[in-house]
Ligand binder design. Structure first.
Ligand SMILES: [Zn+2]
Length: 321
């Protein structure tokens, strides 16, 4: 059943690759990227099966739930045990951050339906970064909703080309191409239906890695929520040749920029980064502020910076004769 749905959605997403003149010419899109048709989705079923097998937690279901907020406002978790996707409802249609793997768009949509909302009412799609485990499902979500995709200039080529920047020919890393309708810069805001998110470009893990913040009310208090884009090295080459020009400087600038951040609620695209399962347990046990911890991000980013320094040393040593 899921498979049939996915096939239907894949067809839809192919059809959506060539948006009509209404999109290109609407005043809302004036001055924004000219609409061109996207390349085809090149990720193979065989490679997807390998990803599934190698990363079972990415496909392990989590019952969708509200992380923080009340009266239908705030931020909801619509991801899996291993991949963080987020849903922000508004009175004028909804916002989604990240789409998971290339075959997970329908799963994110199901989670939104379970929460009592219609995925067709998604108006805005945001992305932490253009790697297939976070951008993969966006093309399907866009096809089913017609939502605008908002992303950074640094990640645009990878999103629209369906590849991993600096490893453009690596088939294992292909993702379904998704059209970017609006480019967002560092510090710029996305306001929709009474909700405002601010974009912070935190590059390194990808060239346009984008972290998002928003304020959420609960119990008469306002909490700053951060959805952090990763800063791990993972599969990235730092040197000889770097994954992309300037990657090391980008990582360093991200650590400098974020080191002192103290968001009340720290969320990210891999739930292991912020201890989702444990916090969810506490929330289930009756603590409505289980996700509030303004020290959590600082501890995390210090650890990640240490990993980066190690990786840079190792990669440099490995390539020095
Ligand atoms: Zn990544």
């Amino acid at each position: 059943m899921l498979k049939n749905r996915f096939l239907a959605l894949s067809l839809l997403s192919l059809a959506a690759c060539t948006p009509g003149p209404d999109l290109a010419e609407s005043p809302k899109n004036a001055g924004i990227t000219k609409t061109e048709s996207l390349p085809e989705n090149r990720i193979s079923a065989e490679n997807l099966a390998k990803w599934r097998k190698g990363n079972p937690s990415w496909y392990a279901a989590v019952e969708p739930f509200q992380v923080i907020g009340e009266d239908g406002a705030g931020i909801y978790y619509v991801g899996t045990e291993g991949l963080g996707m987020f849903f922000i409802p508004t009175q004028d249609g909804h916002i989604v951050i990240d789409g998971g793997m290339p075959d997970q768009g329908p799963m994110v949509a199901d989670a939104i339906t379970q929460l009592g909302y219609d995925p067709k009412d998604i108006k805005i799609l945001l992305n932490s970064h253009a790697h297939l485990d976070h951008s993969g499902g966006l093309a399907d979500l866009k096809a089913m909703s017609g939502a605008d995709m908002i992303a950074s200039e640094g990640d645009r080529s990878a999103l629209e080309g369906g590849f991993y920047l600096g490893s453009e020919d690596e088939e294992f890393l292909f993702a379904p191409p998704v059209k970017v309708d609006r480019i967002i810069a560092d510090g710029e805001k996305v306001s929709h239906g009474g909700v405002t998110l601010t974009a912070y470009i935190t590059p390194g893990h990808s060239r346009g890695c984008t972290s998002w913040t928003m304020d959420v009310e609960q119990g008469g208090k306002s909490y700053e929520v951060l959805v952090f884009c990763s800063a791990t090295v993972a599969a990235n080459r730092l040197v000889n040749p770097p994954q992309y020009e300037g990657i090391v400087e980008d990582y360093r600038s991200t650590f400098d920029k974020t080191r002192d951040w103290t968001p009340d609620v720290f969320l990210a695209n891999h739930p292991g980064f912020f201890g989702l399962m444990k916090k969810r347990e506490r929330q289930r046990a009756g603590d409505p502020l289980a996700f509030v911890d303004d020290q959590a991000f600082g501890k995390f980013i210090t650890r990640v910076e240490g990993w980066f320094i190690d990786a840079l040393q190792k990669q440099s040593a490995a390539t020095t004769p």
